[in-house]
Design a protein around this ligand. Structure first.
Ligand code: ASP
Length: 471
């Protein structure tokens, strides 16, 4: 017999079906044993009757939480008083006829639907149990649906999804980077990308014109707020565009996601309101204002754009991004200034007043994405790097490949990246990005399930020429 998923049993009343899944809970009523059977689609009540098949009943008596089973039986209408309005299958139940235990389970580390009542560390250690909860299943499914919609929409608009390398070269771009020893080049290292920024620009030089990627990014950041060492971006880049074009595509995509996948939610204002950085700081004291008219409404989505950021700010010692100048960039060293300020950049005059083409998209007070039009002329990129204090030899070493590529007919281009988890988190009304990731890490970047990071065997270290000093 073919398997029926439990959510479909309601349309099989009076019929024989086979269901498979996990024992979600068990209630003993003397002559009756009730099981809530769970599969990916939901829950179904199964009844074993003591007055019937004695062998079957004895078998059912052995069932415990999270045992994996195959059950066949007849779907029957529940008595009026037995209807469970909270369950989508609450008008029916399965009268069991056969039971096969496919696998047993230890007593689970926590009750599946009460996972949030235990510490998060425990949920991470037993992520596969946590994931069986309706909440986590729903989060993972919605995340998948959002990504699928993004892929379909961008494909229709002529974008190509292209994967860019993870093992690459480091360039001071903002965050601290993870490094990977290169065994075949002793003493040398790869760097994991903070974002595909440089590759996507090189794809534009390569004539791709419209690129996107659901890209993993790596940032070795200190424990700071709701961040993860590896996270996912929707990364996108386009050629022959201006700021308005990139903003329009992204705005349309965000609206489409909400309208298609979140019909109960409403967007406060379309087109998304815009504010300059200056206005945002003056009116809200932050560059990601929460402009919701009703912060209590869980279905209200207040998107907005913040534009006209200063390009440069005075360096503080902590964040000089690898250069040693008096100035550093506020967002992205590859950005172009607004067209009216190109002359200032080229003359390195009035540096503090130069505005960048950067645009950030903000949702309910969280920055969910940001991007800019880039400097596609090598001279302009060089000026930025000089302003932020890179020495000429470092410019060659760290950015020479970009300057060289731009010398071969780089088209004007610009793009954006969204923090995908942040968006999904807000849409799912979850408190943390960890809740919309299958396998998140702790705040200090430990993977409690896999027990990483960990020691590696001395032979491996030797091959890499690495000696670990005792701390
Ligand atoms: N690469 C940038 C970031 O990760 C986004 C962009 O400018 O496209 O923040």
């Amino acid at each position: 017999m073919e398997r029926t998923v439990v959510s479909e049993t309601i349309s099989h009343e009076g019929k024989k079906v086979k269901v498979q899944g996990w024992v979600h809970s068990r209630r003993d009523h003397g002559k009756l044993i009730f099981i809530d059977l769970r599969d990916r689609s939901g829950l179904l009540q199964v009844v074993f009757w003591g007055g019937g098949d004695a062998v079957l009943f004895a078998q059912a008596d052995k069932l415990r939480s999270e045992f994996v089973v195959t059950i066949t039986g007849t779907v029957q209408k529940r008595g009026e008083n037995q209807v469970n309005a909270e369950l989508p299958t609450g008008t029916v139940e399965l009268a069991a006829e056969t039971l096969e235990i496919l696998n047993e389970s230890e007593v689970p580390a926590f009750e599946i639907e009460k996972a949030t009542e235990v510490g998060e560390d425990r949920r991470m250690e037993y992520r596969y149990l946590d994931m069986r909860s309706e909440r986590m299943r729903n989060n993972l499914e919605k995340r998948h649906k959002i990504i699928k919609l993004i892929r379909d929409e961008l494909d229709q608009k002529g974008f190509w999804e292209i994967e860019t390398p993870y093992l690459t070269k480091g360039t001071p771009e903002g965050a601290r980077e993870f490094i990977v020893p290169a065994r075949l080049s002793p003493g040398k290292f790869y760097v994991l990308p903070q974002s595909p920024q440089q590759f996507k620009q090189l794809l534009m030089v390569g004539g791709v014109e419209k690129y996107f990627q659901i890209a993993r990014c790596f940032r070795d950041e200190d424990t700071r707020g709701d961040r993860q060492a590896e996270f996912t971006q929707l990364d996108l880049e386009m050629s022959f565009v201006e700021r308005e074009d990139v903003m329009a595509i992204n705005e349309a995509l965000l609206i489409k996601i909400v309208e298609t996948l979140y019909p109960d939610k409403h967007i406060q204002k379309v087109p998304f309101p815009r504010m300059t950085y200056k206005e945002a700081m003056e009116q809200y004291g932050t560059d990601r204002p929460d402009i919701r008219e009703n912060k209590e409404d869980p279905n209200l989505l207040a998107f907005m754009w913040v534009i006209d950021f200063p390009f440069f700010e005075k360096t503080d010692k902590e964040e000089h991004h690898g250069a040693e100048g008096e100035w550093t960039f506020t967002h992205n060293p590859f950005s172009a200034p607004i067209p009216e300020h190109t002359d200032k950049l080229m003359a390195k005059a009035g540096i503090g007043e130069i505005l960048t083409t950067q645009y950030d998209v903000v949702l309910n007070g969280s920055e969910i994405g940001g991007g800019s039009i880039r400097n596609h002329k090598p001279e302009a990129l060089r000026k930025v790097l000089e302003i932020i204090g890179h020495k000429p030899e470092n410019i060659e070493r760290d950015f020479g490949h970009m300057l060289k590529a731009f010398a071969y007919g780089a088209p004007p281009h610009g793009g954006i990246a969204w923090g995908l988890e942040r968006l999904v988190m807000i849409l799912q009304n979850e408190p943390s990005i960890r809740d919309v990731m299958a396998f998140p890490k702790t705040g200090d970047s430990r993977d409690l399930l896999m027990q990483a990071p960990n020691d590696v065997n001395p032979k491996t270290l030797k091959e890499l020429g690495i000696k670990v000093e005792e701390q």
